[in-house]
Design a protein around this ligand. Structure first.
Ligand SMILES: [Mn+2]
Length: 343
């Protein structure tokens, strides 16, 4: 499968996170499968056709990088991105960069800087920020204006650290918006909000910052994922993508790519092809609790297979026909044409 996909996507290959192959824990129940050690998940990812693996700092701490790299070399894996997790540790329960406590904000910055070092060490070009606990559950629990300025200060500080230490080797930073979960209301909840934040950063650092839009996160907010991606492209800020599927506005499901809205996924592939998207096509999916251990990579192979199929159908979509439907204002007919291309 890897060979077929490599032909399709040139040198880019597919990406996925080690967390995609978890033990099946959810907020209401414990694991349903063995909690496979992170390094043992790497061969499974490779076997499922993944080229670029992604890690949180808690999954691959700095001192374990050499061990991971040995296994990655053996299996032809590269690191697609690395991300600090400001959501797992109890100390960050009310946010990291936006915490009221300056000591916690300092700790957040230290974690972020260590993650920059790990990203460079792993040879990844992108570090993702998903600031999972930045936000509020109760109104007036935080001063929103002050919180926003703290994020500006925090991201500026990380950017300055990366440039000072690594110069042109500094990774690019992709902020991943999400509207809610775990907080009732999250800061940086959508693409527009992140673009605004970037516009407020130190102008010298702004080129380092972009986005990692995720299908499920846009859909949870009731927003259209394709428009979110188009906004990133228009701004020159599409630095990474996390593809999956989501069953309407509810908790984050991380379903296989292509499952719920294949027609929208076809349109997404058309846009990525026309934009000559040079980055990795990465999945952020979650092996469901009901899948057995021996079937744990079904979530990846199903996503990859759907992508492969939809991508090749998108290559055949006649762009001149789309232009003609647009000119004539025949939008329902356009929808019908896309359906014929798909089904
Ligand atoms: Mn994600």
């Amino acid at each position: 499968m890897k060979q077929i996909l490599a032909d399709k996507f040139g040198a880019q290959g597919l990406g996925a996170g080690v967390w995609n192959l978890g033990p099946g824990r959810d907020p209401f129940g414990g694991p349903t499968r063995p909690d496979l050690p992170i390094l043992q998940r790497l061969p499974l990812l490779a076997k499922a056709g993944i080229t670029y693996v992604e890690f949180h700092d808690v999954e691959l701490p700095f001192h374990q990088i050499p061990a991971a790299q040995r296994i990655m070399r053996e299996h032809g894996l590269k690191c697609g991105m690395y991300t600090p997790s400001f959501f797992a540790e109890p100390i960050f329960k009310d946010g990291a960069m936006t915490s009221h406590d300056p000591k916690i904000r300092k700790l957040a910055l230290e974690n972020a800087c260590r993650a920059v070092d790990a990203t460079v060490q792993l040879g990844a070009k992108v570090m993702v920020f998903w600031n999972g606990r930045e936000g509020f559950d109760f109104v007036l629990a935080k001063d929103g204006q002050e919180s926003f300025r703290r994020m500006v200060d925090g991201f500026n500080a990380v950017g300055r650290y990366a440039v000072k230490k690594y110069g042109r080797r500094a990774p690019r930073f992709a902020i991943e918006p999400k509207p809610n979960e775990p907080r009732a209301n999250m800061y940086l909840s959508n693409v527009g909000e992140v673009l605004y934040l970037i516009s407020r950063l130190d102008p010298k650092l702004q080129p380092l910052f972009g986005l990692n839009p995720e299908t499920a996160h846009s859909r949870m907010a009731g927003l259209d994922y394709l428009w979110d991606v188009e906004m990133c492209l228009e701004a020159g800020k599409l630095f990474h993508i996390h593809l999956n599927a989501q069953d309407t506005t509810r908790y984050d499901q991380d379903l296989p790519f292509g499952y719920t809205e294949p027609l929208k996924d076809l349109a997404l592939c058309v846009v990525l092809q026309d934009a000559k998207w040079p980055g990795i096509i990465a999945f952020d999916v979650k092996a469901p609790r009901t899948d057995r251990q021996e079937d744990i990579t079904d979530i990846l192979t199903t996503s990859a297979d759907n992508l492969k199929r939809i991508w090749s159908k998108a290559l055949k979509v006649d762009r001149r026909k789309i232009a003609a439907y647009r000119t004539r204002g025949n939008f329902t007919a356009l929808a019908g044409y896309l359906a014929r291309c798909l089904y």
